[in-house]
Design a protein around this ligand. Structure first.
Ligand code: NAD
Length: 473
């Protein structure tokens, strides 16, 4: 696009009330991306007012018709894949194949939830004679959806699709660095027939627009995906307002490889786990726990696989100069903490990608789980390896983290795999593959990784609340 990007309110493009815009940067070139509206509380007030007007009609909208609209949006996303890809690449610099996979996944969310519009169902409760008691699941009304920059369209689709399917209307705020695809999604929703006001997008800074969404008295639920720090700020406001929250926050996920695993496959998966989307993934597998007897051999395999990644072709850049500088600070920290650099690090520069925010896949060994590089989310393609001797030790190290988003384990012993998965404090455990699962699989965290669940049928419970109706006859 590389043009002006405005809010989308009540089915039309609307300039920000204050007339302010901010220039976004293409991290793949260091050049300009879109000139993005920088909205304020007035824009949120307008969007929430439009959403509120639409809410009553959307709640009563015939469910089959609502399902058809969601399905039509899935089809429209696929038909516009090239356009989405251009915008996503401009905003995030990711390679085309990665962008296209994200877009397909985004369509899959709308497709999946289009078939589940009747699923938020209630129960009939037989309590005593002459009583007919039933429950129904109802939408909250206006839902605020705040998303980060790493997989912008995917994050918007993941939260919006179940919100719409269960009868809510949405005011969404994408990250200011990567807003274009969320606006296009809302435009397409209008084009395929979503009633005006059901899907609104307001652009701008998190501290301004994000805060205004969470604070608005007519916003009845918020789904937030982003950092722990922002999650806490939002949590305070939501606690004050007593509104429900879904918080999808960070991670420092452990990937455990036992000596009996298929080491060739596990090495490929271990690399995919930490380097996908240049490590800018909440569920990245950034702590590789390896049974001591195979540690050195396995590390060599992982280093070999990772050294074949070509930044620019296989792996995109980091999103901003700030993120780039932050990851480089972790390289200095790793050295100061005494970790052994096995691959990458700050000495690797890419002259052909000059001006863009690329870092090399980076691997450290000699790491203790107490070091900051093993405890903090770096959000770059940085892996630490930690040896362990026993199953119990692997579990203890994996769980010794402030986070609990996902975990992986590789072993041919199914009993051990199930024992370890029982003991792991994480919302998802992947055995003999590193995957973040399909759109059908519930997703969310323990501990600082957040609460509530997105994806799957489970998400519909988080976008509805239960009403009990008692009839005495
Ligand atoms: P961030 O918290 O800085 O920003 C996320 C969103 O919140 C953006 O839209 C931002 O503008 C907005 N925001 C910022 N300050 C705000 C405030 N005070 N009030 C309301 N909204 C505000 O996070 P980020 O740097 O964009 O994203 C990276 C983080 O997101 C990482 O920690 C990553 O682990 C996490 N993440 C989690 C998941 C998940 O599903 N668990 C997925 C992707 C990313």
């Amino acid at each position: 696009m590389t043009g002006k990007l405005d809010n989308w309110i009540a089915g039309v493009s609307v300039a920000p009330a204050g007339g302010r815009y901010e220039q976004a940067t293409n991290p793949g070139t260091g050049g300009p991306s879109a000139l993005v509206a920088s909205g304020g509380a007035e824009d949120i007030a307008a969007a929430v007012a439009a959403a509120k007007i639409a809410a009553a009609g959307w709640k009563r909208y015939p469910s089959a018709k609502r399902g058809r609209l969601l399905h039509a949006l899935a089809t429209a996303i696929r038909a516009s894949a090239d356009k989405f890809a251009d915008l996503e690449i401009e905003d995030t610099g990711k390679p085309l194949a990665v962008a296209l996979a994200e877009i397909e996944n985004s369509a899959a969310y709308f497709e999946f939830y289009s078939g589940l519009v009747n699923l938020p169902i209630g129960e009939t409760l037989d309590v005593e004679p002459n009583h007919h008691i039933f429950t129904r699941r109802e939408p909250f009304g206006v839902v605020g959806i705040i998303t980060p920059w790493n997989v912008p369209l995917n994050q918007a689709a993941r939260a919006c699709a179940p919100a719409f399917a269960s009868g809510n209307v949405v005011v969404a705020k994408p990250a200011e660095t990567s807003s274009q695809t969320t606006v296009l999604l809302a435009k397409l929703a209008t084009e395929v027939g979503f009633p005006d006001g059901v899907f609104n997008v307001v652009l701008g800074r998190g501290s301004v627009v994000g805060t205004a969404i969470v604070s608005h008295p007519d916003v009845r639920k918020v789904a937030f995906t982003g950092s722990v720090e922002t999650g806490r700020l939002i949590g305070h406001i939501a606690a004050e307002r007593l509104i429900p929250l879904t918080l999808e926050l960070g991670g420092k996920s452990a990937n455990m490889v036992f000596a009996d695993a298929d080491l060739e496959f596990a090495a490929t998966e271990a690399v995919r786990a930490f380097s996908g989307n240049a490590g800018q993934v909440c569920s990245a597998g950034t702590r590789l726990l390896v049974q001591r007897e195979i540690h050195d051999e396995f590390l060599a395999r992982v280093v070999e696989v990772a050294s074949r990644i070509r930044p620019g072709a296989d792996m995109g850049p980091l999103i901003t100069r700030t993120q780039f500088d932050q990851v480089k600070e972790y390289f200095e920290l790793a050295a100061a903490e005494g970790a052994k650099l096995e691959l990458g690090g700050s000495d690797v520069v890419y002259p052909e990608l000059d001006g863009a925010f690329y870092v090399a896949p980076t691997i450290y060994s000699g790491v203790d789980n107490g070091m900051r590089i093993a405890r903090e989310e770096i959000f770059g393609p940085v892996l630490v390896t930690i040896p362990f001797d026993t199953e119990e030790e692997a579990i203890a190290i994996a769980n010794d983290s402030d986070f609990g988003l996902i975990a992986g384990l590789f072993t041919k012993d199914i009993s051990r795999a199930l024992r370890v998965s029982d003991a792991i404090e994480a919302g998802q455990v992947f055995i003999n593959s590193w995957s973040t699962g399909a759109v059908q699989t519930p997703f969310g965290g323990h501990k600082n990784s957040g609460y509530g669940r997105e994806k799957g049928i489970e998400a519909l419970h988080h976008y509805t609340h239960v009403k009990t109706v008692v009839v005495v006859y």
